[in-house]
Design a protein around this ligand. Structure first.
Ligand code: ZN
Length: 417
């Protein structure tokens, strides 16, 4: 096992650990640990809400989810010799849940959760159709996830970090804040909000204290969106065996990561989220000096995905076009066409006995594939969502004999405000 350079104790809060990580982006958050190019090391990660979501049958904790506290990130890790303009090579050697023998609130993390955020507290991809909070607990056995809340389904996880990235420069951070505020200003009272501005409340900034803390907390970017530094990209294929090339914007690069997922569908459409869990990740890092210029990687990471995807051979696919549910025509709106494809799939799965919420959770958590199939055929874009048929323990394809009925089981009551 590689040396654990960033250990976490599952029985303690994020802020009571040996190294306190962070939950905002800022160049002045000090590095916790320094590693060298060529090093291999292990990092522990808390689940993104630091244990606020419980293994039970109520969605109240999702309804009341403390969004100002996310994402709790491990790091920053300084890479010796890294300078602005370099490319940081990060290899994901291994990644998995917290080992079973650990104790504490995330005990062994032989489980994870997928939630639907309430429209008034987070929202999500289909928030107009699903305005209330909902939660599903998934249990892990080896690589397989099953849920007492979604009968008839089991699938192989594609474990990956939802969030990993380098620190922004002061200039880049300024650009983020300006452009996101400009978007917010177009509709400042929108629910859910258009973007999340810096928020000092609940900011965790490593070892910073006093006046420095206050200054940085007022400027630091929230971690929800992916940006030029990588960040919360939620790419399900960033699994074991992946090699990622991050642009370096500050001395030492200041790599941070977290938001581990046992599995996720393309789009992470439920927003809260994939199958969220705490765990460990083994990394190898190296540098390409001056690599941003050499390879034209001026902004945003590039990567080579891992080669340990689950092997599903048969798929049932649903398509959608850029027409609203009220039959209003939109112009090549691929976000809308993916929503329509997902709603189409949800309608279909309810014919087998699932509640709409259960079907939504399957799309958020199982290794479904999403594609922009057509983006030029005016006025309709065409998006498609592919569901592996092998995740169901019944025949999910249409047939003359009609849909098999699953017992929808206990589910979880929706939690309303
Ligand atoms: Zn996540």
């Amino acid at each position: 096992m590689p040396k654990v350079v960033y250990p976490l104790d599952s029985s303690k809060k994020f802020t009571d650990q040996q190294y306190v990580g962070h939950n905002r982006w800022h160049p002045d958050i000090p590095a916790n640990v320094t590693v060298r190019p060529g090093d291999t090391f292990r990092v522990d990660c808390r689940e993104w809400f630091d244990g606020a979501i419980h293994n039970d049958d109520s969605a109240d904790d999702i309804r009341d989810a403390p969004l100002s506290t996310v994402h709790v990130l491990s790091g920053p890790f300084a890479i010796e010799g890294a300078q602005p303009g370099d490319l940081l090579i990060v290899d994901i050697l291994d990644v998995g849940p917290i080992p079973q023998e650990d104790s504490g609130p995330l005990a062994g993390q032989g489980w994870g959760y997928t939630g639907i955020f309430a429209k008034q507290n987070g929202g999500g991809f289909l928030t107009d159709q699903f305005p209330d909070a909902y939660k599903v607990i998934w249990d892990f056995a080896g690589q397989t996830a099953t849920s007492r809340h979604v009968p008839g389904v089991s699938f192989t996880g594609i474990v990956h970090p939802g969030l990993m990235g380098t620190a922004p420069s002061a200039d880049l951070l300024g650009r983020w804040n300006r452009r996101e505020q400009a978007l917010i200003d177009t509709d400042p009272d929108r629910v859910p909000p258009l973007a999340l501005p810096p928020l000092p409340q609940d900011a965790i900034l490593g070892t910073l204290q006093g006046g420095e803390f206050d200054r940085v907390a007022g400027e630091a970017a929230r971690t929800a969106p992916p940006r030029e530094n990588g960040g919360n990209q939620d790419i399900k294929n960033l699994t074991k065996g992946s090699r990622i090339f991050y642009p370096v914007f500050v001395d030492g690069a200041k790599l941070s990561l977290g938001d581990l997922h046992f599995s996720q569908g393309d789009g992470e459409i439920t927003f809260c989220g994939a199958i969220e869990m705490g765990g460990f990740i083994d990394l190898h890092v190296d540098l390409i000096k001056g690599g941003m210029e050499t390879y034209g990687v001026s902004e945003n990471a590039i990567f080579m995905p891992g080669n340990v995807d689950p092997r599903y051979e048969r798929w049932l696919a649903f398509s959608g076009t850029s027409v609203t549910l009220d039959d209003e025509q939109r112009y090549l709106d691929s976000h809308l066409s993916y929503q329509r494809a997902c709603l189409h799939a949800i309608d279909y799965l309810t014919k087998f006995g699932y509640s709409p919420e259960q079907a939504y959770m399957i799309l958020g958590a199982a290794p479904i594939e999403g594609r922009l199939s057509g983006v030029v055929d005016i006025p309709n874009s065409c998006s498609t969502v592919y569901i592996p048929t092998g995740i169901f323990d019944f025949d999910v394809a249409p047939s003359a004999s009609g849909p098999a009925r699953v017992d929808p089981g206990m589910g979880v009551p929706r939690s309303t405000f």
